[in-house]
Design a protein around this ligand. Structure first.
Ligand code: BAL
Ligand code: ZN
Length: 865
């Protein structure tokens, strides 16, 4: 396979100014007519991308043209005019055979498209790169009965009936855009409508299209859209620019959703929700993804990427924006904690494994492999660091400058940095830019010293970043490090640095870490302080410090930074789990048990924050610091600790559970969701206590919403509790026709650490609700098993052999879906020798097979390297 390099970037030789597309939709023989107005920029040879297309004819300036050849998915036209010309191409595609779901395909009974990053070349021949911005006009012709709705980007300018039961619609998008933002939908759908008045007084028509019968489940998405539009006006002063905004929900979709200009296409999982069918996390996820796609209208669409190496330019920034949106609308502390939990659970391992890459990668084989946690979530952390360095006002000045300089253009991450800098007195980001180029999670080793006589507190910070593939050594990063020093009453002391000039950010507790080793000496420190380090996780790093258990207990109770209250509890829990792994007779620290109980009994903290603070570190958090983790042992240690805590506090837990079980109206707000979250957590605790083993079944039977239902079902499945099998059956009978709910049912069973799970998964694959062609279902059943660390790493090797077989099978259908499964082997280098040998044989066979897609090839060849 061909490797593409950032260093090889060359500007396009031609610009497609406008393109008029005409589609004659047909399941297997869709005709595509494209008429392009092209301006030459450099030379008279034009290369157009095209994959899986049947070329029918080519005309230049209205005349048949034969000076072309088609090779390696490139159509090369030579001897073209050196002045502006028209190019007309007619080609045929087969949407029904398109199981890769890339380009134009059929999902259920409808036609829909996915063109980012390189799907448009599977529709017609084009300069399919994000720095070619064209004005698109689309005419769609299709059967009127089967496809009453014909949609594309922009404004509807004409529609009408044709012969033979057909009809047509013409759409024009006035904003020049790259082909990846192009969309087409045709189907027999239901629609809900609303309007939004923008701050300048324009009415925007809002439409959410769903399968008939799902109208009632689409209101939360519509409300989320209106909240997003309002929020972006208020916080970023950005207004929507077309007169219509459409969202279409489809069941078969590779991504979560796609920000096509004016016509977002969504995985139905991020549109449909009712209290009976969706969990609170789904309601939250819908709000955040609807926001994310909407925010792309400015960060992604109006200002887009020059090339795909710049993906984090739009994704890191837009994730940061959607995180802030969620934080402004919900509990800011809990949102931050959950974002960091997510980062540590998925991005840190990615950055420590074979797929590690900088947020701006330098090469790729298959771009689809780079829609990663690193580009998105670490990218968002990098944007958050600009925000921390510059403050909200400075950051917003930078954003204004970014749009002022680059609206309507395809730019680079360096352009973003430039805007942030010039808007802030030429702020020096030169060292900060290393975050774009160096992979790996930096480690901060921190030591502290208090000199009582001198009343000085010294903090020494040592930074290092582990080697990652292709990057054996690293230069130090510039990172913003928020800190507080707490006195014995828990108050923040006033900070004064003795040995440094950079005092100006101290009033907000901001230190700049730049060198490999930094020493900060604080003066006038009248008592030994407890240091609250890296508040709000201001730098996305692994922190190791000499704080004592007593310090952590103090921070859990007193820190004025909610994130660090949570983090202190995690640090203590981790210490205990590690000790339990070393010595199975280890007595859990009384200090930790007491501190956990204090949080449980603290009536001054809200329910959701309490639930996250009481949660134990994930298995991945524990494994991160172990060379060769034994996941079964980690699972057992965590389980033992959880049971100990639950049994110690069973009376308090039961009382909280009862309080939270009183009848209350169902609401989707932070308070109500927090209460359900804590109730679910407490239920999980109590279910490990002998006298409460029946509680989960009770909760399931009387549940009136999906959150309570899934909380109780997963406890029953994980703990193999009484009533588990009946509950699974009842659930199935009730929801078997609703694929999104069945995805939960499949996932909960495939995630159980129990040894019966392997056979169960084989059986579930034969169930009629499962379909290997639908990515959500593959992820729910096979993906959940692949992420089930205990069962994937089963001592016999059966778990990984099964996943290898599934990668091969799914790859033949949908390479993107298969490539995601391949991520299960990212732990390859950390496997025990016998499992590693099994994995090696399986992966080598896949990599060497000529049937393997480049998606899977790229992932697994890196894994083996
Ligand atoms: N651009 C792909 C989907 C998303 O990040 O919004
Ligand atoms: Zn995005």
């Amino acid at each position: 396979p061909v490797v593409k390099y950032l260093a090889d970037y060359k500007a396009p030789t031609h610009k497609i100014e406008t393109v008029d597309l005409e589609f004659h939709l047909d399941d297997t023989q869709t005709q595509v007519f494209s008429k392009m107005k092209i301006t030459p920029v450099n030379g008279n040879t034009l290369e157009l991308n095209g994959e899986e297309l049947k070329l029918k004819s080519v005309k230049v300036n209205g005349e048949e043209f034969s000076n072309y050849k088609e090779e390696n998915e490139i159509l090369t036209l030579t001897g073209l005019p050196s002045e502006a010309f028209t190019l007309e191409i007619h080609n045929e595609i087969n949407p029904k055979a398109n199981t890769a779901l890339d380009g134009l395909y059929k999902s259920g009974g409808m036609f829909c498209s996915q063109n980012e990053p390189e799907g448009f070349r599977r529709i017609t021949y084009f300069i399919d790169r994000p720095d070619n911005l064209s004005v698109f006009t689309t005419k769609i012709i299709a059967d009127k009965k089967d496809y009453p709705f014909l949609l594309s980007n922009g404004n509807l300018i004409e529609s009408g009936d044709l012969e033979d039961g057909k009809h047509f619609a013409v759409w024009n998008d006035p904003f020049a855009k790259p082909a990846y933002l192009y969309a087409l939908v045709a189907g027999d759908l239901a629609v809900i409508e609303d309007t939004f008045k923008t701050k300048s007084g324009r009415d925007v028509k809002l439409q959410v299209f769903v399968d008939k019968g799902n109208e009632e489940k689409s209101h939360h998405a519509m409300e989320s859209l209106k909240k997003s539009m309002k929020w972006d006006e208020k916080r970023f002063r950005l207004e929507y620019d077309l007169d219509i905004y459409m969202i279409v929900a489809v069941d078969s979709f590779n991504m979560g959703a796609m920000e096509n200009k004016g016509l977002n296409i969504f995985n139905s999982a991020y549109v449909l929700a009712s209290k009976e069918t969706a969990e609170d996390r789904n309601f939250f996820g819908i709000e955040s993804v609807v926001g994310h796609e909407y925010f792309h209208n400015w960060t992604g669409n109006r200002v887009t990427c020059r090339d795909w190496f710049q993906l984090t330019l739009k994704e890191g920034l837009t994730v940061f924006r959607d995180q802030e949106f969620s934080a402004d609308l919900n509990s800011r502390s809990v949102c931050r904690i959950n974002d960091v939990r997510n980062l540590k659970a998925a991005q840190f391992p990615e950055d420590a494994g074979p797929q590690s890459h900088p947020i701006q990668p330098k090469s790729y084989i298959e771009m689809n492999n780079f829609y990663t946690m690193t580009i998105y979530e670490k990218g968002a952390e990098v944007i958050r660091m600009y925000h921390t360095l510059l403050g909200e006002e400075g950051f917003q000045r930078g954003m204004d400058k970014y749009f002022e300089l680059y609206d309507g253009q395809a730019v680079t991450t360096a352009d973003f940095t430039h805007a942030m800098s010039v808007a802030n007195d030429n702020y020096d980001f030169s060292q900060f830019r290393r975050w774009y180029d160096q992979a790996g999670t930096p480690v901060l080793d921190i030591t502290t010293k208090y000199d009582e006589a001198a009343k000085e507190f010294t903090l020494t910070v040592n930074q290092s970043t582990p080697a990652t593939p292709g990057q054996p050594t690293k230069e130090p990063f510039h990172m913003p490090f928020l800190l507080g020093l707490l006195d014995s009453a828990g108050n923040d002391m006033t900070l004064a640095l003795k040995n440094r000039d950079d005092q100006n950010d101290l009033d907000r507790g901001l230190l700049h870490i730049k060198a490999d080793t930094e020493t900060f000496v604080f003066a006038n420190v009248n008592e030994r302080p407890v240091a609250s380090l890296n508040r709000n996780f201001s730098a996305p790093v692994v922190l190791r410090s000499d704080l004592t258990d007593e310090d952590f207990v103090f921070l859990m109770a007193n820190d004025n930074d909610d994130f660090n209250r949570y983090e202190a509890g995690q640090a203590l829990a981790l210490k205990n789990i590690h000790a339990m792994l070393k010595d199975e007779n280890h007595q859990v620290d009384e200090l930790f048990i007491k501190a956990w109980g204090s949080i449980l009994n603290d009536n001054n903290i809200d329910e959701e924050f309490k639930a996250v603070c009481l949660s134990l570190p994930s298995m991945i958090d524990v494994a991160a610091t172990i060379d060769i983790p034994n996941y079964r042992a980690i699972h057992e240690a965590k389980d033992k600790l959880f049971k100990l805590l639950a049994n110690t506090y069973k009376l308090e837990l039961a009382s909280i559970y009862n309080d939270l079980s009183t009848e209350r109206p169902f609401k989707v707000d932070a308070k109500a969701m927090g209460e359900r979250k804590l109730r679910g957590f407490v239920l999980a605790c109590l279910s490990t206590v002998e006298e409460h083993k029946e509680l989960a079944r009770e909760c399931f039977k009387y549940a009136t919403n999906m959150t309570d239902m899934m909380n109780s079902l997963s406890v029953m499945v994980n703990e193999n509790l009484p009533g588990c099998q009946e509950s699974l059956k009842e659930f199935y009978d009730k929801f078997k026709d609703q694929t999104l709910v069945m995805q939960k049912w499949l996932s909960v069973q495939a995630s159980s650490c129990d040894d019966t799970t392997f056979d169960k998964v084989q059986e579930l694959m034969k169930d009629e609700v499962f379909d290997m062609n639908v990515p959500n279902l593959v992820s729910a059943l096979i993906g959940s098993f692949a992420r089930n660390k205990v069962q994937f790493n089963h001592e016999s090797g059966r778990g990984m052999k099964f996943i290898a077989e599934m990668i091969r099978k799914v790859d033949a259908i949908n390479p993107q879906s298969a490539s995601r499964l391949a991520g299960a082997f990212n732990d390859y280098r950390k496997m025990p020798a016998d499992l590693k040998e099994i994995a090696k044989a399986e992966l080598t066979a896949i990599v060497e097979s000529d049937k393997t897609s480049k998606n899977v090839y790229e992932k697994l060849s890196k894994t083996l390297n």
